[in-house]
Design a binder for this molecule. Structure first.
Ligand code: SF4
Length: 331
């Protein structure tokens, strides 16, 4: 894959939690590349490490978790080498984040207008009047009705959909280079979900912001992303341009995820589910992490961890089935 126009690169990221029961490798050597204006999906079941990847980027990890290795570069500058002041300067300004449940991110005791103004005034040296005008303009842009009136309401006075629009307005108001959206539509019904995804992609195109969309829902990825990473038990298992992944899923885990999506054209008596459970990160299998759930597992899969093999045009897969030597040797 050509990385020349990448604005954001994660390389070899390892995030671990040092618990009394042992070390939990929540993110285990993850590489992610995002180009200017591109929307990248990070998909997987809950607990696979996708939110921990986002928290590592934003440096919002809580103890006993910490990044133990890797680099996180925004336009060539390594975030992991920055001090607290430099990170605070980037967070909410050059990189912003949208959370699944806006009530956890919004302060219930301040009006939404005041909160949005604050983000703007911290990072851009503008007057109160200009900040207020910009916030009202942004509220209108994200489809908040009567934005001037709504400026003075508190988060609890809004519906879930409107609260999420406020979060998007706050995330986009400083024209960030990168926005990380962690399950931004999971708590919303499907109609509102479609509206929010449409709004995000419109703003993204208008401003040229790159997006990392974290989701368990492949449907959301299909709707809104250009490129996708499939994550499982702390590792990237497959990555490809979205169209290629949907046309030609290669990893048995991706296959399982795809099969669990109900299709309009098929009548099924029950939905497919991937057998077994996500492994306990304190007690991972010795070989391939997906092995205990894989229908195609071979002997070698129980002994060694596969690398991420690069196939055609940016399609990469972590599975021995795509290693010629292994398949020819019949292991
Ligand atoms: Fe399945 Fe083996 Fe591929 Fe792992 S490496 S996904 S166990 S076939």
């Amino acid at each position: 894959m050509v990385n020349n126009d990448s604005i954001f690169e994660i390389r070899g990221l390892k995030t671990q939690f040092f618990t009394s029961k042992g070390i939990v490798p929540a993110v285990d050597g993850v590489d992610i590349t995002v180009r200017k204006g591109e929307a990248v999906g990070l998909v997987g079941e809950s607990g696979c490490g996708k939110s921990m990847t986002a928290m590592s980027v934003m440096q919002l990890l809580k103890k006993p978790g910490r990044v133990v290795d890797g680099t996180i570069k925004l336009n060539g500058e390594d975030l992991l080498k920055m001090n607290k002041r430099e990170i605070n300067d980037i967070r909410g300004n050059r990189i912003s984040m949208i959370f699944q449940e806006p009530m956890t991110a919004l302060n219930p005791v301040y009006t939404i207008g005041k909160q949005a103004m604050e983000a703007l005034m911290i990072h851009q040296k503008i007057s109160k009047e200009d900040a207020k005008a910009k916030v009202i303009d942004m509220f209108a842009k994200v489809g908040i009705p009567e934005p001037e009136k709504r400026f003075s309401v508190y988060p609890h006075q809004l519906s879930g959909g409107l609260r999420q629009r406020v979060m998007i307005a706050m995330a986009m108001i400083c024209n960030p280079e990168l926005m990380i959206a962690d399950e931004p539509t999971t708590a919303l019904d499907v109609t509102i979900e479609a509206q929010i995804l449409y709004l995000m992609s419109q703003l993204q195109k208008e401003v040229g912001t790159a997006v990392i969309m974290i989701t368990h829902n492949l449907g959301v990825v299909a709707e809104s992303c250009d490129y996708v990473y499939v994550m499982y038990a702390g590792k990237i298992m497959e990555e490809a341009p979205v169209k290629e992944l949907f046309k030609n899923p290669l990893h048995p885990y991706t296959f399982g995820l795809m099969n669990s999506i109900p299709k309009m054209t098929e009548v099924k008596t029950h939905l497919y589910t991937i057998k077994g459970m996500v492994p306990n990160l304190l007690n991972l299998p010795q070989g391939c992490r997906f092995c205990p759930r894989c229908d195609k597992a071979m002997k070698i899969c129980t002994m060694y961890q596969p690398d991420l093999y690069e196939l055609e045009d940016g399609h990469k897969v972590r599975c021995f089935l795509y290693n010629k030597e292994v398949m020819e040797s019949g292991k």
